[in-house]
Design a protein around this ligand. Structure first.
Ligand code: ZN
Ligand code: ZN
Length: 348
């Protein structure tokens, strides 16, 4: 338990970042598009936004492209990641060790992942809605990956599980779709002063400018360090650009994806190559809703080939794919959804 797990509900007034309400569309596999709509008006869409990436579904790379001997033969890239760390030193806001709640952390090396927003139910006390957000607590850091599709659900869910939004030091947004970014508008006014938001460099200028008026913004293009043992893959994909998160643990690499538009296998492959680590867990949206059974079987075999030990698919993974991952992974399948807490190493 950290100090941030004891807080009260915050109902701050919402402000409207015009750009935040523009890109509502989700990751096309949304079974219920109505849930994507934020409470704010949609009539203010400025023309500039039309140049933003369209919310159409990009199904990722075809399965046939997955077996890539050249990539799998790529030498371990630990030096590359070290270089990334070096580069990042000048870019990353200096960690604030003095402000960390170290006194409350009993196991500082335990990675705690809490899914605070998902369309799949897990903890019945939490609301479900189309989107994804996951809180990462690790080595005294508090990082939020994606913000879900609306602030009320995000903040209410956080309060329910005892998370204080003001403790969040960094927010990483995977991609521009509203079911991953629209929760940010309500979070910014109540976040701490030092909050830094990491977005893909390709985000619309209006979005980035709107965030800059409120807090620190870091544009991500290449793989880089986000925090201690926490990295981004950098921008990936040809259509909907997306970044995924990598967390290095004693158990191996934990990969967290938003919607995996660039292809879940491509993301895992890149994360593994960048870190040189074995992949312990892949968590998040795998974006396989439109895939056939055969295609999913191909992805499962790629996961096995890449040595992924555990999986926690949720959000846009699709029901059939989730069933197939469960069947394939057995005890190493982790049921994920709103309110699920995963500790690495697993303590249950
Ligand atoms: Zn998406
Ligand atoms: Zn999504």
């Amino acid at each position: 338990m950290t100090s941030l797990r004891m807080l009260s509900i915050l109902h701050s007034p919402f402000f409207i970042l015009p750009a935040l309400v523009l890109l509502l569309a989700g990751c096309g596999a949304a079974p219920s598009p109505a849930t994507i709509s934020p409470p704010t008006a949609l009539t203010t869409v400025p023309p500039a936004i039309t140049s933003a990436p369209l919310p159409t579904v990009r199904q990722g790379l075809p399965t046939a492209a997955f077996p890539s001997p050249t990539l799998t033969a790529t030498p371990v890239l630990s030096p590359a990641l070290s270089a990334v760390e070096g580069e990042a030193e000048g870019l990353t806001p200096t960690p604030r060790p003095t402000s960390l709640p170290t006194g409350d952390i009993m196991e500082p090396e335990t990675l705690i992942l809490t899914i605070v927003y998902d369309n799949n139910a897990y903890d019945p006390r939490l609301k479900t809605a189309w989107g994804f957000s996951c809180l990462i607590e690790y080595r005294g850091q508090v990082i939020l990956f994606d913000t879900g599709g609306d602030s009320p659900t995000l903040l209410t869910n956080m309060a329910t599980v005892g998370i204080d939004p003001s403790e969040i030091e960094r927010v990483v947004l995977s991609h521009i779709h509203g079911d991953h970014t629209d929760g940010l508008s309500g979070l910014l006014p109540i976040a701490g002063d030092g909050l830094t938001v990491f977005v893909p460099q390709s985000f619309p200028a209006r979005f980035k400018d709107a965030v800059r008026t409120r807090t620190h913004l870091v544009e991500v293009r290449e793989p880089r360090k986000i925090g201690e043992e926490v990295y981004t893959t950098g921008e990936m994909g040809m259509g909907i650009i997306e970044q995924s998160l990598m967390v290095r643990t004693d158990e191996g690499l934990v990969v967290i994806t938003g919607c995996a538009h660039p292809g879940i296998v491509e993301i895992v492959r890149r994360a593994k190559a960048l870190s040189g680590d074995e992949v312990y867990l892949v968590l998040g949206g795998f974006h396989l809703g439109g895939k056939s059974r055969r295609e999913i079987e191909g992805i499962l075999s790629e996961f096995r080939r890449l040595g992924v030990r555990k999986v926690a698919p949720c959000h846009c993974t699709g029901e059939q794919a989730i069933r197939m991952f469960r069947q394939e992974y057995g005890e190493d399948f982790i049921q994920a959804g709103a309110g699920k807490v995963i500790r690495v190493p697993l303590s249950e």
